[in-house]
Design a protein around this ligand. Structure first.
Ligand SMILES: Nc1ncnc2c1ncn2[C@@H]1O[C@H](COP(=O)(O)OP(=O)(O)OP(=O)(O)O)[C@@H](O)[C@H]1O
Length: 873
């Protein structure tokens, strides 16, 4: 699952062989010294799994001898020279061997260092470092992926380990480092150095990805934390990492710190091209992240609020985001100040400390002024009813969030004398032609929402590593600091981007900042009267936690008496529906379609990992960014549910291609996590690569594949009986009213791919009812004249299986779909660096308005008494 990790491990192996040959060749040609054959031999032996401890010891002594002789030769010692020559042949690894191995040049080579140097073959290290240093883009993306995955693997659960803690110390957060798969007893947790060495070795060579170590590596992790991130505010015991916390409210910040440290550490690792021990650390950090469990000591969290909080998080694996290093947004301390400073003002930055549960922090940035404050309103019975089947039991923090939610709704119940900015359910033609497909949203009996949601609240920017460095955060923060709160009057609305069921979206500039946003303005009264408030809240709550390159960022939201406003990332390239219509024959080429569906697949995978079933996939909801990559939008129909990420050790059962399809892509180069392609080259992700892979590597790869644990985070238990979606995209189980779950996204994914390739949806009938009948009764058919590949058709067939349980992706999610031959040759890890099929022209992306638009330009100066009419365009 983790492309970077897997790729890195195998690259080492492959590069080791290639680099070794290359090195020999170069030296032969240049007349230079031959690369240390012993190293090479050792490396080969190790690769073949035949080296022994005896070999290591022999090697150690040889190395020490070498060092001794080198010393005798003065500063420019021979071995050092040799090393640099080795390095030179494997540029850009400078000093990779010498510093990393600690052999031959160091004045104070310790036994430990020497052993460490031998644990990974020199050539491997150099190759790995080469990979790390060369692939800037690769590492950037892959690191992000890797770090993200670390967070995903963090499992928060109640402590039932019975580990004794000093109660006199007050509330403690205990972070136990235990294997994901099984809870080991304490004696097992304390692993010996030798065992660790062994584990590390086996991890590297047999199952580098998500390998679950046999023993816990507490001391190693502790050492790495200290070594890599400096003083850690923890007491590290032999069995657990214990954070002393004065109050449970610090929990979130502690977790953030912890994850931030991992993040920083990973970042550091990517930059540091000299320390091969960092490669080891990196592996360990990966393992650390993957195997980290945060155990709350239930006995120590003694307040009822605490126990509720514990309950709310106990079975709910959640993403714990780090505090970004160079975050433009106020740091925790700053937030506190702002928080208290703005207590009497309209807008409040998140107070992380008060936001223990994910949902609690959802109230951040909400208006709190008594005039405009809808958060403090009494609970609204109507909304409570709506939520009855949603929130089974509320934690303290959940309650807070819900209260705000109720307040928001109750606000709608009050009589604001505003004109409702009613938008028709069907899409209006705004600036460009719109599809006739409109979304159905009937929240009839949705279950499985919220209480155990995996959705993690955030303080707008504070916990979004992906977008945290975006300048727009800083711009917003500055306005908030200047004016005390963010309001509509701070935005200059430039033009209307579109109108949806919930509200109207405008392109807006944050006055005086040159920052553009998509501002969605929803009329509270209209939402209330049409019972759309839960949908609006769902959208807001989901947007608030997203931090992914193919998903929108919510920069702020606030509510006035009349409006609820979302301030989102602006996407200037229109939507895929429009883009498809501009293509020759109104269809995308297969290559272009592969690009778009691949990015959508990654976005869906991310959503599923957060426990969000999207449910409204269609080209109209895929916006095109300025750089041509996509952004999935519109979350008001999404279903939130519990997801429990699990590691499945067995090999994935790959989708079985139909007759005529060449075999699965297990052996292909790019689509598996062990991709060994050089990643620093321009990424032709969307044309199959035909790189010949040495037989031994192929063999090793396919062997490894059978052993690789796979992270699965598919919300398979999600169930809803709502009739939601878009007619042509509705899955049969939704139409049949059987209850549906995650598999609906894979159905819509199939329809989506079909539409991109064939220009129409497969079950479209003359009317909506006919369409629904077709969906349930008819099997998918392809136009005969089409030149679409059999792989594409096979994938579509697999995705459009009527029975959800038989559908591709329903059991194992995106990982299963990614391996389909249709995606063969696609470099998933670097898809973000790939050149998109279409990049919007600057005129499309610019904000230059026509004279008519200029005339319509309205600068809203909001006051509590005045409310602008937004539909003036
Ligand atoms: N971040 C954005 N950047 C650019 N345009 C956007 C953005 N968000 C929305 N839009 C445009 O505004 C239109 C309205 O979006 P909105 O999400 O309100 O409604 P919708 O997509 O029609 O769905 P629904 O009716 O289900 O809410 C979209 O069709 C899209 O063209």
């Amino acid at each position: 699952m983790d492309p970077f990790h897997g790729a890195c491990e195998i690259v080492e192996l492959r590069d080791e062989l290639v680099a070794s040959q290359h090195s020999k060749e170069t030296n032969r040609l240049s007349g230079g010294p031959i690369v240390d054959d012993r190293t090479e031999k050792f490396s080969r032996q190790k690769t073949a799994g035949r080296y022994t401890l005896e070999d290591e010891i022999n090697k150690l002594f040889e190395a020490i001898e070498l060092r001794a002789s080198a010393r005798g030769l003065g500063p420019s010692c021979q071995f050092s020279k040799g090393s640099s020559q080795i390095s030179a042949s494997k540029k850009p690894i400078r000093g990779g061997i010498s510093q990393a191995s600690g052999i031959g040049i160091s004045e104070s080579v310790t036994l430990k260092q020497a052993l460490r140097g031998l644990r990974i073959s020199h050539a491997s290290e150099v190759a790995a470092m080469k990979r790390v240093s060369k692939s800037t883009a690769s590492s950037k993306v892959a690191e992000a992926v890797a770090v993200k995955r670390l967070y995903r693997a963090v499992v928060v659960e109640a402590n039932d380990s019975g580990l004794t803690l000093d109660e006199s110390k007050g509330s403690l957060l205990q972070i136990s480092l235990v294997p994901e798969e099984s809870k080991l007893n304490s004696s097992e947790k304390i692993s010996s150095q030798a065992t660790r060495e062994e584990n590390l070795g086996s991890t590297v060579h047999s199952s580098p990805q998500f390998a679950v170590p046999a023993t816990t590596e507490i001391s190693m992790i502790k050492a790495q934390l200290e070594e890599g991130i400096g003083p850690v505010p923890t007491e590290v015991g032999t069995q657990a990492l214990t954070l002393k916390l004065g109050q449970e409210g610090k929990l979130k910040s502690a977790l953030s710190l912890c994850c931030s440290n991992i993040s920083n550490r990973t970042e550091t690792l990517s930059k540091d091209t000299t320390a091969s021990k960092d490669i080891e650390s990196k592996r360990a950090m990966m393992k650390f992240g993957k195997n980290l469990k945060l155990n709350f000591s239930s006995s120590l969290l003694n307040s009822s609020a605490s126990s509720k909080v514990k309950k709310s998080v106990s079975n709910s694996p959640r993403v714990v985001n780090p505090v970004p290093k160079n975050n433009c947004f106020p740091n925790k301390k700053m937030k506190k100040e702002v928080s208290s400073a703005c207590s009497s003002s309209n807008t409040c930055i998140a107070d992380v400390d008060s936001a223990l549960s994910p949902s609690a922090s959802k109230v951040v940035c909400q208006a709190q002024n008594s005039n405009q404050n809808v958060l403090k309103e009494p609970a609204c019975p109507a909304f409570s009813r709506t939520c009855l089947d949603v929130n089974v039991s509320l934690s303290n923090a959940d309650y807070k969030a819900n209260k705000s939610v109720q307040g928001l709704d109750s606000c709608n119940k009050r009589n604001f004398d505003a004109k409702a900015s009613e938008c028709s359910r069907s899409r209006e033609a705004a600036d460009f032609s719109q599809s006739s497909k409109s979304s159905l949203g009937a929240y009839s009996s949705t279950t499985c929402i919220s209480d155990e949601s995996n959705v993690c609240g955030s303080s707008c920017s504070g916990s979004r590593p992906h977008m945290s460095k975006d300048l727009r955060w800083e711009a917003i923060r500055r306005v908030e600091m200047q004016h005390g709160s963010l309001d509509l009057r701070h935005f200059k609305l430039l033009k209307r981007l579109g109108c949806g069921d919930l509200g109207t979206v405008y392109l807006a500039e944050l006055t005086g900042t040159n920052c553009l946003f998509a501002v969605k303005i929803m009329d509270n009264e209209s939402l209330g009267s049409r019972k759309k408030m839960p949908r609006a809240l769902t959208e807001r709550d989901i947007l608030q936690v997203l931090d992914h390159p193919f998903l929108p960022t919510l920069f702020a939201y606030f509510t006035t008496n009349k409006f609820s406003i979302l301030v989102m990332e602006y996407c200037p390239g229109g939507d895929l529906h429009i883009l498809r219509q501009k293509q020759p024959g109104s269809i995308f080429t297969e290559q272009a379609a592969r690009f778009y569906v691949a990015e959508v697949l990654l976005a869906l995978e991310y959503l599923h990992m957060l426990g969000i079933v999207y449910r409204d996939l269609k080209p109209e909801n895929i916006l095109v960014r300025e750089d041509g990559h996509i952004m999935l939008s519109d979350f008001d129909l999404s279903l939130r549910c519990t997801v429990k990420p699990t590691l499945v050790k067995a090999s994935l059962s790959l989708p079985t291609p139909s007759k005529g399809i060449s075999g699965s892509c297990v052996g292909c180069i790019c689509t598996d996590p062990f991709c060994v392609q050089p990643s620093w080259v321009q990424v032709p992700c969307f044309t199959p690569r035909h790189v010949s892979t040495p037989t031994n590597i192929r063999k090793l790869k396919s062997n490894s594949m059978t052993q690789v644990p796979q992270l699965l985070a598919e919300p398979t238990n999600a169930r809803s009986h709502s009739f939601v979606g878009t007619h042509e995209y509705l899955a049969p189980e939704i139409i049949r009213g059987e209850g549906h779950g995650n598999a609906v996204d894979w159905w819509t994914f199939g329809i989506f791919l079909y539409e991109l390739l064939f220009g129409t949806t497969p079950f479209k009938g003359p009317g909506n009812d006919d369409t629904l009948v077709n969906v349930v009764m008819h099997s998918v058919k392809f136009p005969e004249s089409s030149s679409v590949s059999s792989q594409a058709k096979d994938l579509i067939r697999g995705l459009l299986r009527k029975e959800p349980k038989d559908r591709f992706g329903s059991a194992k999610g995106a990982a299963e779909i990614r391996k389909h031959p249709f995606f063969k040759g696609l470099n998933w890890a670097l898809i973000r660096c790939a050149v998109p099929p279409t990049v919007p022209k600057s005129s499309e992306t610019g904000v230059s308005l026509t004279t008519a638009e200029e005339n319509k330009l309205v600068e809203y100066k909001m006051s509590s008494a005045e409310h602008p009419e937004f539909d003036t365009f």
